[in-house]
Design a protein around this ligand. Structure first.
Ligand code: FAD
Length: 319
């Protein structure tokens, strides 16, 4: 079922969360053991992130460097299929522009459709660690909006290969999510410009927005207000992540361009050990979730980042 239909039919506030595919060499059993406890709360859908291939350089015996491609977390679509098969709930694969061309994307979308997956979260992806800025692959997409248009083309029966456009071709009807940034995307010159392109993604056919994490609900409420005044009327799903280590006080702002309120920073700095940091992070996320739920938000989306036990505690307190 489509994410927007889950939202439309919901009688109470829902929650969803995103997981990472297992590291290469790890087992799906580990994913299931993290998901099993959360099933108690009937999540309507689970997102599975996409991790593009990276390049590493290996030193050979003769001293020369050899470029090697590695895929640390492959299998996004297959993980989605396993989740749907085991739990009978919707799984949303993330698809990105980075590292793939249009044909590869079309093939992936055909496969996703074969598996009966109704939703995709469409993203550009970040630059590789070795790149200063994002580069599209030859014949790939530079911005998420172009990928939204490709998904929409398939929804209208338009393939890259025109020979595939025949009478009984499989039908596509993907519900499309896109990313939004309450504190603006780190590359955007200002929030207005970022919203301008967000609106273009919606006008190109995106059906809902999931936000980057934020730690101050005022930023989210102000973002929603600005979106609405720009004429963006689709559901906006807030993204919440509990802080779980002191290091994240520096990593999260620099990686995701966001602010952490001073009150939370001070509490975490005072914490004596990791367990106390996690406790503070969870309490903060519970407080944020309660306020969002009370304001009538339809779905809250949690970033598990490999710490599903923290999400369990938050959801148990809220739902
Ligand atoms: P875009 O919408 O393309 O925007 C990127 C930047 O370009 C913005 O600054 C925007 O203002 C600007 N822009 C947009 N269109 C144009 C245009 N036409 N001309 C000029 N400027 C333009 N990354 C992964 O690799 N895998 C994941 O699974 C993943 N999941 C995510 C889930 C969520 C909910 C979020 C919020 C992010 C996720 N990301 C993921 C990270 C995401 O890929 C990065 O934040 C990336 O840098 C931007 O992606 P986007 O889709 O917002 O890009």
């Amino acid at each position: 079922m489509k994410v927007i239909d889950h939202i439309a039919k919901a009688k109470k506030s829902l929650f969803s969360f995103e997981i990472l595919p297992p590291l290469i060499g790890d087992d799906m059993k580990d994913i299931f053991s993290t998901l099993d406890p959360l099933m108690e709360f009937n999540p309507p859908f689970i997102d599975v992130t996409y991790h593009r291939e990276e390049f590493i350089y290996l030193e050979k015996e003769n001293g020369l460097l050899q470029k090697k491609t590695i895929s640390k977390r492959p299998g996004t679509v297959r993980v989605c299929a396993s989740i749907m098969n085991k739990y009978g709930i919707d799984a949303v694969p993330h698809i990105i522009c980075g590292g793939v061309n249009r044909q590869m994307t079309e093939n992936a979308l055909i496969e996703i459709n074969f598996l009966g997956i109704d939703n995709v979260l469409v993203l550009r992806g970040d630059p590789l660690k070795t790149e200063k800025s994002f580069f599209a692959k030859k014949n790939g997409h530079k911005y998420a909006i172009e990928l939204v248009k490709q998904v929409q083309d398939l929804n209208k029966g338009k393939y890259l290969d025109k020979n595939l456009e025949r009478k009984n071709a499989p039908l596509f009807d993907f519900c499309i999510g896109v990313a939004g940034y309450p504190e603006k995307h780190l590359e955007a010159p200002n929030i207005e410009r970022d919203l301008f392109f967000l609106k273009k993604k919606i006008e190109s056919g995106a059906n809902y927005i999931v936000t980057q994490m934020f730690f101050d609900n005022k930023k989210f409420f102000s973002f929603v207000k600005k979106c609405r005044s720009e004429g963006i009327s689709v559901p906006i799903i807030p993204g919440i992540k509990p802080i779980s280590s002191k290091k994240q006080l520096n990593i999260l702002p620099s990686r995701f361009y966001l602010n952490i309120p001073n009150e939370l920073v001070k509490e975490i700095e005072k914490a004596k050990d990791k367990k106390s940091v996690s406790k503070i992070g969870i309490e903060w996320a519970i407080h944020q979730s309660k306020e969002l739920k009370d304001s009538g938000i339809e779905v809250i989306h949690y970033y598990t980042m490999d710490k599903p036990e923290n999400i369990y505690k938050i959801v148990k307190a809220i739902y």
